[in-house]
Design a protein around this ligand. Structure first.
Ligand SMILES: Cc1ncc(COP(=O)(O)O)c(C=O)c1O
Length: 505
């Protein structure tokens, strides 16, 4: 039995470095043979390349910046070494993330602490290292002030205050909201609590231990315009605080810089084909899964739960679009306003800063038919190793088939659904049919590209007592060949650029 109709393919966009790694089948097979399936592979220099791209955009506009890598996106230690090598900061959202960042040489003052009302131990360690703490609630101002007093903090604790409740045009990741409504955000202070915030900050017991350096927001969608309107709302708040005597020169717009995983054309072809199939009552997903695609009358079908692969801008271009936008009622761009008011912009990219820095490899176990006759390829990994699948969505990037000895023989393409190694019906690595150039054999490898951001290990678990995948970091040797180390053995000294850098800045 075979799935009869050819589906639009969704090949991964691959950086030259990722392509090089993928064209080293012996290396990849040796690694999986030695370290097991699945295997997480990191290419830490990719982070340095992404930092350069973001920095160039700031520099071209003369805007002062702080880039804080939101390290929640991957537990890799090698990526923190790369962040340290690239001289950026870190956004840490737990005690363990803070310890990891400090342990990899990120100086405390270059670390921002975000997250919901924070654990006292996290606040204390952050204070001891001079990190900036982003306040999540009025109650946290009191906790932090008491803690600073109790521990006789040497200098005032730098804080940013996260604000929320902005009017957003977009719901989910990128669907137009029916009406522009204030977000009902879980994090930060509603704009309506600003009065209370300032009276609290004026309280002498708070004023002597905390120092307001600015404001923050993080918009939970992938829309530039919503960041621009939020910026326009926060700017006067920041300037008023400055007028009132607070040294407010920082504005933190959080993360949410999207990544271009596949081409817009491939996505559009796939989306059209899928919507057509739904309309005709012939859905092609395994078990007819619909991913929340709604087809209502003449309205354009939505993207459902899929990641948006057709946004106007990704990564650095998303930042560029933000900086070059003119907020409503302003003749100046965001960049102009930042420069004019000497505001330093902090960004906390997670996903986009580690674009093209990771691959998830797994071994093919074999193929079989489902009881309904659908071809299934059983893989040595599961949904906890591919976060998008874990959330009821789909990682819409086709995996690559890597055999140890590629041949020139002509094969029949083979189309199948990909299943994982858990005893769960929902453990599907691909609900959509994937077409390989030939029938995968037991022992072949599949490579899921660009998985470093969230996909690789955000939700990894020890289901069935399976150990979490091992991680390795790849780096180029002087002769241009790839070398590898276990992730926790990797050092920034393995990056060739280090030789020319001063280490203890
Ligand atoms: C406060 C904050 N900053 C940064 C990020 C990173 O977001 P992204 O990986 O989408 O850039 C998040 C993600 O949840 C966040 O909550």
């Amino acid at each position: 039995v075979a799935i009869k109709v050819a589906r639009p393919q969704l090949p991964a966009i691959l950086s030259p470095k990722t392509k090089q790694v993928l064209s080293s089948p012996d290396l990849l097979h040796d690694l999986v043979d030695s370290l097991g399936s699945p295997l997480s592979i990191l290419i830490p220099t990719g982070l340095c390349d992404n930092v350069t791209a973001f920095r160039n955009i700031f520099q071209a506009r003369g805007v002062q910046e702080r880039i804080w890598y939101a390290c929640k996106v991957n537990k890799s230690e090698a990526l923190l070494e790369a962040a340290s090598d690239a001289d950026i900061g870190v956004d840490a959202a737990s005690l363990w993330e803070l310890r990891a960042a400090l342990g990899h040489g990120i100086p405390g003052p270059r670390i921002g602490i975000s997250g919901p009302i924070k654990d006292e131990r996290l606040l204390l360690l952050a204070m001891q290292h001079g990190s900036t703490i982003t306040i999540d609630a009025l109650a946290e101002v009191c906790t932090l002030a008491q803690l600073a007093t109790r521990t006789s903090a040497a200098s005032p604790v730098p804080i940013l205050v996260r604000l929320s409740g902005f009017a957003l045009t977009t719901t989910g990741r990128s669907e137009p909201a029916p009406t522009q409504q204030p977000e009902n955000g879980r994090f930060g202070l509603p704009l309506g609590q600003l009065g209370q915030l300032f009276s609290l900050l004026r309280d002498p017991s708070v004023a002597c231990v905390l120092e307001l350096h600015g404001f923050a927001f993080h918009i939970d969608n992938l829309t530039v315009a919503d960041r621009v309107t939020s910026f326009a709302q926060v700017l006067p708040v920041l300037l008023e605080a400055r007028e009132a005597g607070y040294p407010c020169y920082e504005l933190d717009i959080g993360g949410g810089f999207p990544v271009q995983y596949i081409s817009r054309d491939d996505w559009t072809a796939f989306h059209h084909a899928y919507v057509d199939a739904l309309v005709q009552g012939t859905p092609f997903m395994f078990r007819d899964k619909s991913f929340g695609i709604g087809i209502t009358g003449a309205q354009a079908p939505n993207r459902g739960n899929f990641y948006p692969h057709d946004l106007p801008a990704y990564g650095g271009r998303f930042l560029q679009a933000f900086l070059d936008s003119r907020p409503h009622g302003h003749d100046d761009t965001v960049a102009d306003l930042l420069r004019r008011h000497s505001i330093r912009l902090t960004i906390e990219p997670g996903r986009a800063l580690i674009d093209q820095t990771g691959l998830t490899m797994c071994r093919v176990r074999g193929d079989k038919l489902s009881s309904g006759g659908d071809p299934l390829l059983v893989c040595g990994m599961n949904v906890s190793n591919l976060y998008e699948q874990f959330t009821g969505s789909e990682y819409t990037v086709d995996p690559l088939l890597i055999s140890r000895t590629p041949t020139d023989d002509v094969f029949q393409p083979f189309t199948c659904y990909l299943t994982g190694n858990l005893c769960l019906e929902t453990d599907m690595l691909s609900w959509r049919p994937i077409t390989f150039p030939r029938r995968p054999q037991t022992g072949d490898l599949l490579a899921f590209a660009n998985t470093a951001g969230y996909m690789m290990d955000f939700a990894e678990s020890r289901m069935h007592q399976m150990p979490p995948p091992r991680k390795v970091a790849l780096f180029e040797k002087a002769d241009g060949c790839w070398a590898w180390k276990l992730d926790d053995e990797f050092s920034r000294l393995d990056l060739t650029s280090t030789a020319s850098k001063a280490l203890y800045r």
